[in-house]
Design a protein around this ligand. Structure first.
Ligand code: AGP
Length: 626
């Protein structure tokens, strides 16, 4: 996911922009750039392939930037055009009058490019973004040549040009635009890619993610789709729709704090976030669970209690880790709330012409709230008449804004590309929803009380599991060089096996597969080779004996058993080479605990293999393109 930071105010903007980009690094990128309007009134652009530090060195050592109080910066995750300096943002038009940074995809860029080339414009890159910059420059020149153009008070020619150009565009964008003829005007616009405006003291910091704003101000405006803003120093702001209809800005308070984005004493964000899980789950539960009464209170869905109660089917959708959470949600909803539920990949749902009957509820699960496939599946379900709920971490994100209602995770910012605390908070919310709905259907109060009290015990139980970090590191050290692992589980732990395999794959680049333990005999058992690490979730539950049988089948073929088991289970040691224990918990709540050793296994294996844990190759924190 690309990152945008823009500034207009009374400070020299380069440090704000560069530090802002560094706050967005976690989202994944392959090049970066910055543009400012210097005191000479010219636009100065610097771009570099690779890390932001490469851009910084370029500016410091060979290509300094002029002092400026208006500018923009961008980290690019290549979609159109390879990751080269020429394709990096910001892009300028061919008269160097306009500079622009962009998140999203201009779908009709090739048509627009052909029209602009016919008008004599020369392009230098392969990107859709340069086409947008060129289009705005072209429109601006045409407006400038026109006499007597009518501008509303506070309006600017640049804003007008942006509006006219965007009316030609199809696709998605979050953009910031500057113009050398209006050095005190920053124009931003949004359609499908998030943009927040940080309202500072006589300054504005615009970004695609709160991480770049939080150290400057907690006052933010979330631009809505098809909205734009014209920002000038002196807290002079005009917000409108792209069609130039005034919009009253709503200033909100940022929930996150700067220290939540800091690494602290940890070596990696992923480890920090694994260890933050007890606190994150506590925050997620706070004010929502009454253990005594067995009551769940979810303000975000209170107005839809009736729809949830009478729903005949739930569709839980997401990608990656979010989909794994949805799969556990499927089990929870059918097991506890006794309602037909289906977990489906968003990317599949949106294209398979799905059936959506009356009284269907779609639950879109997403940490970032920006995953393109999940957003598209949500829109598809709504178009077919479903009610839509969001289970999302990032406040004000696109998915959160497009649902009828939702439940925020309150997990705090998740910086590591590998999702950990967001996953356990997604499970927490889905469990609360299952109890919330179940209590209004067939669940008895005692059952609700037992589950609610079990949930409230989870943070301390997670702390117990985390105490085994060193033991898990030793296990990881023994198998970190093995190139093939299997993760096996049954029931609620089948999705946990999938999640454990994904964690290992995405940060250590080891090939791993997760599957139902019973499925192994239908082919994958052929993979078992001498010394192959096979991770079993073998906790106390109604399928325990069957899991033991599966373990024996693997051992008989040379597999090495790493078991996640329930404290006090001595029997498991007879069948396992390594055991990590988790505290006793209700089966429905066990995934909240059994996933933690798997997160740690993946983390340590990746560190031992020298992988870039927080920024794994080829990955972005949020996949906002299809
Ligand atoms: C999980 O560790 C991965 N980073 C990835 O699978 C992620 O869960 C997926 O892209 C969904 O992201 P979202 O929760 O932000 O929608």
């Amino acid at each position: 996911m690309c990152g945008i930071v823009a500034y207009i105010g009374r400070k020299i903007c380069q440090p704000v922009l560069i530090e802002g980009l560094k706050r967005l690094e976690y989202r994944g990128y392959d090049s970066a750039g910055i543009a400012v309007i210097g005191e000479d009134g010219q636009i100065a652009v610097r771009r570099a392939v690779g890390r932001i530090s490469v851009l910084e060195s370029k500016i410091a050592d060979t290509d300094p930037l002029p002092a400026a109080m208006i500018g923009m910066a961008h980290t690019r995750w290549a979609t159109h055009g390879s990751p080269t300096e020429i394709n990096a943002h910001p892009h300028v038009d061919d008269t160097a009058r306009i500079a622009l940074v962009h998140n999203g995809i201009i779908e009709n860029y090739s048509v627009l490019r052909a029209v602009l080339e016919d008008k004599g414009h020369k392009f230098t890159s392969q990107t859709d973004t340069e086409v947008l910059a060129m289009l705005i420059g072209h429109v601006y020149s045409e407006l400038k040549e026109k006499n007597g153009i009518h501008l509303k008070p506070g309006q600017s020619l640049l804003a007008k040009a942006v509006q006219n150009a965007l009316s030609e565009v199809s696709g998605t964008y979050g953009i910031a635009v500057i113009c050398r003829d209006e050095p005190e005007t920053l124009v931003v616009a949004r359609k499908g890619s998030p943009l927040l405006i940080g309202v500072g003291n006589d300054e504005y910091i615009v970004a695609s993610d709160a991480a770049a704003i939080v150290e400057h101000t907690a006052q933010v405006i979330y631009l809505n789709d098809n909205e734009m803003a014209v920002l000038r120093p002196g807290n002079d702001m005009r917000t409108s729709t792209i069609d130039d209809i005034d919009v009253s800005p709503v200033i909100q308070q940022l929930e996150s704090k700067l220290e939540e984005y800091e690494l602290g004493s940890y070596e990696h964000y992923m480890l920090k976030e694994i260890f933050e899980q007890p606190q994150a789950v506590s925050n997620c539960l706070r004010g929502r669970v009454d253990g005594k009464e067995g009551r769940i209170t979810l303000g975000g869905v209170a107005n839809f209690a009736r729809e949830l109660t009478k729903a005949r089917r739930f569709i839980l959708t997401g990608q990656g880790t979010a989909w794994h959470a949805g799969l556990i949600g499927d089990y929870l909803f059918e097991d506890l709330a006794k309602v037909v539920t289906e977990a489906t990949y968003a990317s599949e749902f949106r294209y398979r012409n799905p059936l959506v009957e009356d009284n269907t509820v779609m639950i879109a699960i997403s940490q970032s709230g920006e995953t393109a496939d999940t957003l598209a599946a949500l829109r598809e379900a709504r178009e077919k008449g479903a009610m839509a709920l969001g289970v999302v971490n990032v406040v004000g994100s696109t998915i959160a804004r497009e649902t009828d209602a939702g439940v925020y995770l309150h997990a705090g910012p998740e910086i590591g590309v590998a999702s950990t605390k967001a996953f356990t908070c997604q499970l927490t919310v889905l469990t609360m929803l299952a109890i919330y709905i179940g209590r209004r259907r067939f669940m008895s109060q005692p059952q609700c009380q037992e589950l609610a009290q079990g949930l409230l015990a989870i943070p301390d139980q997670m702390r117990e599991v985390l105490k085994q970090n060193d033991a898990v590191r030793e296990i990881a050290a023994r198998f970190a060089q093995q190139e093939n692992w299997l993760f096996l589980g049954r029931g609620y732990h089948y999705p946990v096996a999938l999640e454990g395999a994904l964690k290992l794959k995405e940060i250590s680049y080891i090939h791993a597969e997760g599957m139902p333990a019973a499925e192994m005999k239908h082919g994958p058992i052929a993979l078992i080779s001498d010394g192959m690490p096979v991770v079993f979730i073998a906790t106390k539950g109604h399928q325990y004996d069957k899991v033991i049988s599966n373990i024996e089948e693997v051992r008989a073929r040379g597999g090495v058993i790493i078991a996640v088991a329930t404290e006090g289970d001595k029997n498991i040691t007879r069948y396992s080479d390594h055991v990590v224990y988790i505290p006793e918990a209700l089966e429905a709540l066990q995934p909240l605990l059994s996933v933690v050793p798997l997160q740690l296994l993946a983390y340590h294996a990746a560190v031992i293999r020298g992988c870039n844990v927080d920024k794994p190759r080829n990955l972005a924190k949020s996949v906002t393109v299809e």
